[in-house]
Design a protein around this ligand. Structure first.
Ligand code: ADP
Length: 473
């Protein structure tokens, strides 16, 4: 009971959860990998870009020194243009005299630029300690003389300008959106898949519950595209079929046994009563008739016992090598009288066929099939018995041109107490277990028994036994 109350999750939740977890893991993985494979190269690219810009500033500044003097207007232009690109420069000549200084030109802008740099860097690399410094670059004239120095304000160790940062932020936003959509899709897909899986499973559960309550008529309809689900529904439907048939047979068996017992018991009772009441003289003939009924009941009980024995799971086989043809011929001779009485022609075809089987039990199969052939073939009929071997099986065939078996009865004739003749013609004396026993014996040998029959044309029973090699014992 405690087990049943244990916390359980529905397939739907479980599947949706699995999909979402998978999506989250993928998103995290993509983020980590982007960090590893994109961040460092991007930083290097940004640094190279910056270095390139600095070199350009240095080279244009160097070009402003002509015939021993500085072009002040040109330098100012370069300085202002650099400021517009958030670069603070200070130009000095060889003697250390400041020619142009951005902080002098507009200190407010310079301070803003430095603040913005700090903000950019700390927003992207919050843990990294960065600071502002000025890097000196020598200014060299066309004839390779040092003409001065330019100090370029630099924020390090990493620096990202607004465009770099905007690119990275867009990328992050994109990853975030993709991540959120993945999780949303995972949730929808998980839910959808779970629904497709769980609804057929629910109907299987419903059908199985009906079966467990003894309602065998319920079937699961609808086809799933999942192979295993289809197999499951098919299995449950087959189970319901089998159980339904078993149930039918069980009911039939009970009523058959009751019916079989009632008739002789009723006869016995009326005979006894008549004798007790003095209506009948208890003479030998009457007593013999009573005895016959008792024998009939005894035979019936004996059949039931025999059946119970053969139907118990493991029939023990005492296998030996023997010639099946010889055994069948002998049984055929034992039936000679019956064949003669009914004027039935019996023929045997076949030569020596050695099998490794239980002689007595196979004998019993032969007796059952031959006695049926005699019972169900009308006078003047014909019975053909054949034994033939192939490379790996030996076949034993009993064919008659008797009354045949109705098609609707064919699937059931190997069932216990099943008799195609529902009128229960007691003259035939059969109790409907001969074929059940035969089938149990043949299957215990690893063989099979099948029947072909057409009503009013005849029946053919084919017993196939594997060419028994001695089992490894
Ligand atoms: P039974 O004791 O009634 O013969 P079986 O188990 O041997 O029981 O056979 C089951 C039923 O199969 C029979 O009642 C009969 O209706 C049918 N059957 C078996 N063999 C033949 C046959 N050779 N020809 C026609 N019907 C047959």
């Amino acid at each position: 009971m405690a087990d049943r109350r244990r916390f359980t999750i529905s397939l739907r939740t479980r599947l949706s959860l699995s999909y979402v977890i998978l999506a989250i893991i993928s998103v995290i993985l993509v983020n980590i990998l982007t960090g590893i494979f994109l961040d460092k190269p991007f930083r290097e690219y940004a640094l190279q870009n910056q270095e390139q810009r600095y070199r350009e500033i240095v080279s244009t500044l160097s070009g402003q020194f002509r015939s021993g003097s500085w072009d002040m207007a040109g330098i100012e232009n370069i300085g202002v243009a650099a400021l517009e690109q958030s670069t603070i420069i200070k130009v000095q000549d060889n003697s250390g005299r400041i020619i142009w200084d951005a902080t002098k030109h507009n200190n407010g802008i310079c301070r803003n630029i430095i603040e913005q740099m700090a903000k950019n860097v700390s927003s992207r690399y919050p843990g990294v300690k960065s600071s502002y410094s000025e890097i000196p670059y020598p200014l060299v004239s066309a004839d390779l003389h040092t003409i001065g120095t330019v100090m370029i304000g630099n924020y390090g160790p990493y620096y990202l300008n607004d465009r770099d940062l905007a690119f990275l932020n867009t990328l992050n936003l994109l990853l975030l959106v993709v991540g959120l959509f993945s999780i949303l899709f995972a949730l929808i897909l998980g839910n959808f898949m779970a629904k497709r899986l769980s609804s057929p499973i629910s109907s299987v559960i419903g059908a199985a519950q009906s079966i467990s309550k003894g309602l065998f008529s319920k079937r699961i309809t609808g086809n799933s595209k999942t192979r295993e689900i289809n197999q499951l529904t098919q299995t449950i439907n087959d189970l319901a079929d089998t159980m339904g048939k078993q149930e039918l047979l069980r009911k039939r068996l009970t009523s058959d046994v009751a019916h079989e017992l009632r008739t002789p018991l009723a006869t016995l009772q009326s005979h006894m009563e008549a004798m007790i009441d003095g209506i009948w003289e208890p003479d030998t003939e009457r007593l013999r008739s009573c005895q016959e009924e008792i024998v009939r009941i005894g035979k019936m009980v004996g059949d039931l016992e025999k059946l119970a024995r053969y139907e118990s799971e493991n029939i023990t086989l005492n296998r030996e090598y023997f010639d099946l043809s010889e055994l069948v011929k002998r049984q055929l001779q034992n039936f000679e009288n019956e064949f003669l009485t009914k004027n039935i022609t019996a023929d045997f075809f076949g030569s020596e066929e050695v099998v490794y089987a239980d002689r007595d039990k196979i004998s019993q199969v032969a007796v059952n099939l031959l006695s049926n052939a005699v019972k169900y073939t009308q006078a003047g009929g014909r019975v053909r018995v054949r034994v033939k071997g192939s490379e790996d099986v030996t076949e034993f065939i009993v064919k008659d041109n008797g009354r045949g078996i109705p098609e609707e009865d064919l699937p059931y004739i190997f069932e216990r107490f099943y008799r195609a003749d529902k009128s229960r013609n007691r003259m035939t004396g059969g109790s409907g277990i001969g074929l059940t026993i035969s089938k149990a014996i043949v299957e215990a040998h690893g063989g099979s028994i099948e029947v072909h029959s057409t009503i009013d044309v005849g029946s053919e029973f084919i017993v196939t036994l594997p060419k028994g090699t001695r089992p490894a014992d």
